[in-house]
Design a protein around this ligand. Structure first.
Ligand code: AMP
Ligand code: ZN
Ligand code: FE
Ligand code: FE
Length: 287
């Protein structure tokens, strides 16, 4: 057996049509199996609505194990701009109060999406709100859905161009929305037996300060093995994780956008020991 064959492919971060990914849960599960991913976490933004379908699809692929997950947007006290993204793993996600909370986040997304479409119109970018809702379909409305409508109208060439002055955090049509605090996001995740992990830390300008605050908030890991991070960044994040006693997690953050060089499922993720430790911690609290 080669070294590679003995190492399971693990990827703990990806999205489906239930947030801003382009593949349905069933399609994504099929791709995971094709790519020989052995352990995967679907982590849609503010939603676990894709998980039942994904688990059902995965029964056809005995070599693939799914971990129930989510990615929740939150405001962090020491972070001045934008939102942080908190991943949650091993969630007992069907609990009613949890689902009610997620539904309220998706409702806030709709309200905020409507206002961004109005801002765009004021700036001469006319996109149809009904079209944005149709693009989002079963997902809470996110900027990538509005961006898709801008692509369809020919204002921009691809979705990511919308984050270059229009919909990015200081773009002319950006509208913020109410977020829960990091602490509340962590409590929500832990309240359903989950383990909280900070997503892509270096997207935050002050990530070193943010990471220092995590242990006191009940966050147990940070993404280190993130597909987009080079080895130097992973080394720095690994050292920060060790300093603060945080697990080193990660994944591809696959959205199936079809960009050249897009990081595919299974291209990044933590070693098996980390996954086992996440699971051990979740189990120790649920019993
Ligand atoms: P929202 O949740 O509506 O605030 O939209 C944020 C989402 O937009 C992120 O989770 C990414 O999926 C996507 N996104 C953010 N920045 C960029 C970017 N520069 N290029 C492409 N997608 C982005
Ligand atoms: Zn996303
Ligand atoms: Fe994210
Ligand atoms: Fe993500």
């Amino acid at each position: 057996m080669t070294d590679n064959a003995s190492k399971p492919k693990i990827d703990l971060h990806m999205h489906t049509t239930l947030s801003d990914g382009k593949l349905t849960p069933t399609e994504l599960v099929r791709l995971l199996a094709e790519r020989d991913v052995s352990i995967a976490a679907i982590s849609d933004h503010d939603s676990t609505e894709g998980l039942d379908e994904a688990f059902a699809a995965a029964t056809a692929h005995p070599g693939l194990r799914l971990v129930p997950a989510i990615e929740i947007s939150a405001d962090h006290p020491t972070d001045t701009k934008g939102d942080i993204h908190m991943l949650g793993y091993f969630l007992d996600y069907q609990q009613e109060a949890f689902q009610a909370k997620l539904l309220s986040f998706r409702e806030d997304r709709e309200y905020r999406g409507y206002h961004m479409v109005q801002r765009l119109a004021e700036q001469g970018y006319s996109v149809d709100w009904e079209r944005v809702k149709a693009i989002a379909a079963d997902a809470g409305i996110g900027r990538p859905h509005i961006a898709q409508a801008l692509v369809e109208r020919g204002y921009i060439a691809q979705v990511r161009d919308a984050f270059d002055g229009l919909l990015n955090d200081d773009g002319i049509a950006f509208v913020d929305r109410r977020h829960i605090s990091t602490r509340d996001a962590v409590d929500l995740i832990r309240g359903v037996g989950g383990v909280a992990v900070l997503a892509h830390p270096v997207f935050l300008p002050d990530y070193r300060d943010v990471i220092a605050t995590l242990p006191d908030l009940g966050v147990e890991g940070i993404e280190v093995h993130y597909a987009e991070f080079d080895s130097e960044l992973r080394k720095e994040l690994g050292e920060l994780a060790d300093r603060y006693g945080l697990l080193q997690c990660g994944g591809s953050d696959y959205h199936a956008m079809g960009y050249d060089g897009e990081n595919l499922p299974g291209t990044a993720g933590p070693p098996l020991e980390v996954l086992e430790e996440l699971e051990r911690r979740a189990k120790s609290r649920s019993s």
